[in-house]
Ligand binder design. Structure first.
Ligand code: SAH
Length: 228
């Protein structure tokens, strides 16, 4: 069973989508488990303060290291993987999703305000991970991205496993265009090759479409694909 534990100041954010539909079903089948830890429960004073102003000046607040450490130490065993969602982390991608889907348990720490005190990152051996080159108001949406992309890779969670293999990024290319019924819609026809029943030809066509799209939209992926 895959275990996800999320440390957040906004615990209400999570259960919704993750406990319904496919992921809810997978949860009731014990394929995965979610635990939410409210960081505020580990505040050290009676006002439940979790943040304070940055040393050295600057705008905004930071979450205190002692509060985070207490939350971690009460909910994590030695050696567990802890990931802090942070725009200055290493970029999360499909390969990383696959890697993480093989873990027994992952712990995701969601920052808020201006972030968290750096010392706790070091002292608790926390890995920083970013979901993209943009700034979010908190790590919750980033954690959702990470969990969503992992869960769909767990065995038996999606009905059809080949759909997971053929997707964008899985072979280093963006996905080819897809079509369904009706065969003619607003005068546009589905590409003829897809109606041919010739599987080899369809495969070639899809690959060439993937290549054109990747070269055009993602020169970074294209260069890597050509090199490998
Ligand atoms: N001052 C920080 C940004 C803080 S944003 C900086 O300049 O690096 C507040 C919180 O949102 C962060 O602590 C982090 O948990 C989350 N966050 C924002 N952007 C993110 C991203 N691209 N990937 C992952 N987490 C992000």
């Amino acid at each position: 069973m895959f275990n996800a534990q999320i440390f957040t100041l906004y615990p209400d954010f999570f259960p919704g989508f993750l406990s319904k539909g496919l992921y809810g079903k997978a949860m009731s089948e014990n394929k995965w488990k979610l635990k939410i830890v409210n960081i505020r429960d580990y505040a050290l004073d009676k006002h439940k303060t979790v943040d304070d102003t940055p040393y050295g000046g600057g705008s905004g607040m930071l979450i205190r290291p002692d509060v985070i450490a207490k939350a971690i130490d009460n909910n994590i065993e030695d050696g567990e993987k802890i990931i802090f969602l942070s725009p200055k982390g290493k970029l999360f991608d499909q390969k990383k999703a696959r890697e993480l889907s093989k873990e027994k348990k992952i712990n995701l720490l969601c920052g808020h305000f201006e972030g968290i005190d750096q010392r706790v990152v070091e002292s608790r051996n926390i890995e920083e991970m970013s979901v993209g080159d943009y700034i979010l108001s908190g790590g919750e949406t980033a954690a959702m991205i990470v969990i969503d992309s992992i869960l769909r890779l767990l065995p038996g969670v999606l009905g059809n496993n080949s759909s997971v293999i053929e997707e964008t990024f899985e072979n280093g290319l963006l996905e080819y265009p897809q079509y369904t019924k009706p065969q003619i819609w607003e005068d546009k026809e589905v590409p003829e090759v897809l109606l041919s029943g010739d599987h080899a030809k369809i495969k070639d066509w899809r690959l060439s479409q993937s290549e054109v799209i990747t070269r055009d939209r993602r020169p970074d992926l294209w260069r890597k694909y050509k090199k490998d």
